[in-house]
Design a protein around this ligand. Sequence first.
Ligand code: FES
Ligand code: FES
Length: 155
Amino acid sequence: MLKLNINKKIYELDIDPDTPLLWALRDVIGLVGTKYGCGVAQCGACVVHLNGEAVRSCVTKVSRAAGQQVVTIEGLSENNDHPLQKAWLELDVSQCGYCQAGQIMSAAVLLRENKNPTDKDIDNAMEGNICRCGTYLRIHKAIHLAAEMQRKGSK
Ligand code: FES
Ligand code: FES
């Protein structure tokens, strides 16, 4: 049995410890906001937070997450009101949407560590997240907007 803390809820799973965390999230627990893209750490669709760090859940063994804090897109905010989620809606960032949970989870780590990121900071933080629809310009704008919302909110 593996005990997982996901979005502040405890799950006990009877699962092979080598199973990718992504499989546990989607197929066992039913948290399907995190997406399977490439399965080999190349696209970023599967990014979740493990103890506050962005990790690719397709190549992270579920055993590595046991006893740690996992946050998925479903747990990023209480009411879908993280500044990034608000900015994403305001600027209508998503196209097909497939990559967007991973994009937001990567951006959330950036904004926690850097309250006022430059374009270059955003490029560096987001370079591993691929969008086949090419929404990169709107993602950039939304991260700037979310950073602004966050700064105003924290005054
Ligand atoms: S599905 Fe994990 S990086 Fe592509
Ligand atoms: S919005 Fe379609 S893959 Fe990014």
